[in-house]
Each structure stands twice: as structure tokens, then as C-alpha cells.
Design a binder for this molecule. Structure first.
Ligand code: PDD
Length: 284
């Protein structure tokens, strides 16, 4: 039997059902998180839980437990599901109420759900690099909130998929923002450049680990918006996310990056990132 979390309780996964008037289902009125699990242990759980609470605070959903309580429940879920390598997906919606755009009364209980999924590390893609496409960023102006409203992201990813790409790199006018479900980095003359964590992108937990290892290893970083032109002239390009870790980008549209091979700084960051995982979760 596989388990899931529904409102603070571990229950049979097949019995974890939500009402058709759940506001997450009707409006996308909620927030979510994805946490990586290696060797049965959550990686950067604290940071993900903090961001989860921050996202829910920013749309006025009161978080139903302490971060510690939720963390220990998630640990039980991993244990019960015997998950070694995969993810936890969790979401919090404003709850079930008759359909009305305005928020329901405060008595409506937010709905928290979580489940696990086995996912291997994308080792082949991490070794060879991936193809991406460029697309306009058509999303709203609060991309810092990890909201369930992902239509803009989905349309971008679908376009990438239809064109045989792994990810869509989004831009607002001349500036690159982020991927449809990842952060984007370029390397130029030894400097790692990535968009600052403002309202236009999600402050990626993987991004922050990469910035930390850059700092610790004297790899210079500039956290600022960079342009389409800088992307085209970059020495190396990579993306980061919970599932993709440090993923080399070797093609953007028809154009090859780094002659179609992952670059040396990207490789170095992959090693340093793996080291971080091993320090916290044991050998990979
Ligand atoms: N996506 N930007 C966007 C728009 C994202 O959706 C994600 C993550 C990231 C990277 O964040 P992190 O390093 O914390 O995973 C950046 C998750 C994995 C998802 O939606 O499945």
C-alpha cells in the first residue's frame, strides 16, 4: 500500500481525494513544493519548507502546522512508502468553499496534501546536456510565489516539448528570466551569471545551493538580469532545479552552445552540487 498525507494524516493514497469545490482545483488558489529525496532523506528540506510557508503567507493562506510538524510527517511518509530516490510533492490550497472569487470566511480550513514519487537522477542528460528553446515570458508579475497557477509555465514547456526540447528559456523583452520549471545560468569569462531573485522568478533552492558553492569555491557570481544577446554569446549555459540538479544546456533552438558539449564550470558545479547532496544525504 502507498500512503499520502491529507490534512495532517497519513492515509491510503487511493483514498486521498479532494472535493470538486476545492479552490486549488477551481482557481489554482494555492501553493506547492517539490522536495528531492536521496537515500530516503530529504535534501534541503528546511529551505523548501520555509519557501512553502512564505508562498502561503504571501497569498494569505494560514499555514496549518509548524514546519517541524510537517517535516516529521513527511519523514513518516517517506518511511511508510519506502522511498529511496524520488520526490515529495506537496500542496496547500485555500480549502473547500462555494465558488466565489473573493476568499471564503476564515473558518474554511486550508487543504494540505502530499505524496511521494520515485524519480531517478537524470544522469544521461546531466552527462550530455540538453536542448532548449527560447520563448517569451507571458506569466504574471509574482513568479516568486510557488503558486499552483502554472498555465504560463505549462504553455512554455509544451512548446519546448513539441520542438524536441527539454526546457523553455523564457525572456521578458530583452532579459532572460528563468526556465518554465528551472532557473537559468550563463557563464562568461569565468563569471556565473543568473537573474536576481526578485518578483520575476522563483527563488530556486537549487539556485541558492549553487550560489553557495560558488561562493565557497571562489567562483565569481553576478546575480542580475542578462540579455538575449549575452545568452547568445555565453561560454556556457545551464539550468537548475530540484529534479534536474545542475543540467548543462548544449543547444538553444538551432544554435549549439559550447560546441554541443557541457562546459568546464558547469561540470565543476555538478561535482560540487553532488558533494552537497552526499554531505547531507549520503553517497549517491
Ligand atoms: N520547479 N523556476 C520555476 C518556475 C520552477 O518551477 C522551479 C522548480 C525552479 C527551480 O526551483 P528549485 O531549485 O527550488 O526546484 C525555478 C519544480 C521542481 C516543479 O515545478 O516541479
Amino acid at each position: 500500500m502507498t500512503f499520502a498525507i491529507l490534512n495532517g494524516k497519513l492515509i491510503n493514497r487511493s483514498e486521498a481525494k479532494v472535493d470538486i469545490e476545492d479552490r486549488g482545483y477551481q482557481f489554482g488558489d494555492g501553493v506547492y513544493e517539490v522536495i528531492r529525496v536521496y537515500n530516503g532523506k530529504m535534501f534541503t528540506a528546511k529551505e523548501h519548507l520555509e519557501r512553502f510557508v512564505k508562498s502561503s503567507d504571501s497569498i494569505g493562506i494560514s499555514f496549518p502546522s509548524t514546519q517541524e510538524q510537517l517535516k516529521s510527517l513527511l519523514e513518516k511518509l517517506i518511511h511508510k512508502n519506502k522511498l529511496q530516490l524520488g520526490i515529495i510533492y506537496m500542496q496547500l490550497t485555500r480549502g473547500v468553499a462555494p465558488r466565489n472569487h473573493a476568499f471564503p470566511s476564515e473558518e474554511v480550513m486550508p487543504a494540505l496534501t502530499a505524496y511521494t514519487k520515485e524519480i531517478a537522477r537524470p544522469v544521461e542528460n546531466m552527462k550530455n546536456g540538453v536542448k532548449t528553446i527560447l520563448t517569451e515570458d507571458i506569466r504574471w508579475l509574482r513568479c516568486d510565489i510557488k503558486s499552483l497557477n502554472l498555465l504560463g509555465n505549462l504553455l512554455a514547456k509544451q512548446k519546448a516539448t513539441e520542438e524536441g526540447g527539454y526546457e523553455a528559456i523564457q525572456h521578458r523583452a530583452e532579459n532572460i528570466t528563468e526556465g518554465s520549471s528551472s532557473n537559468i545560468f550563463i557563464v562568461k569569462n569565468g563569471v556565473v551569471i543568473t537573474h536576481e531573485s526578485d518578483n520575476l522568478i522563483l527563488k530556486g533552492i537549487t539556485k541558492d545551493v549553487i550560489l553557495k558553492v560558488c561562493f565557497e569555491n571562489n567562483i565569481p557570481v553576478e546575480e542580475r538580469a542578462f540579455t538575449l544577446e549575452e545568452l547568445a554569446g555565453a561560454d556556457e549555459v545551464f539550468l537548475s532545479s530540484t529534479v534536474s540538479e545542475v543540467m548543462p544546456i548544449v543547444q538553444i533552438g538551432d544554435k549549439k552552445v559550447t560546441e554541443g558539449l557541457p562546459g568546464p564550470i558547469t561540470r565543476k558545479l555538478q561535482e560540487l552540487f553532488e558533494q552537497e547532496i552526499e554531505n547531507h544525504c549520503g553517497n549517491l
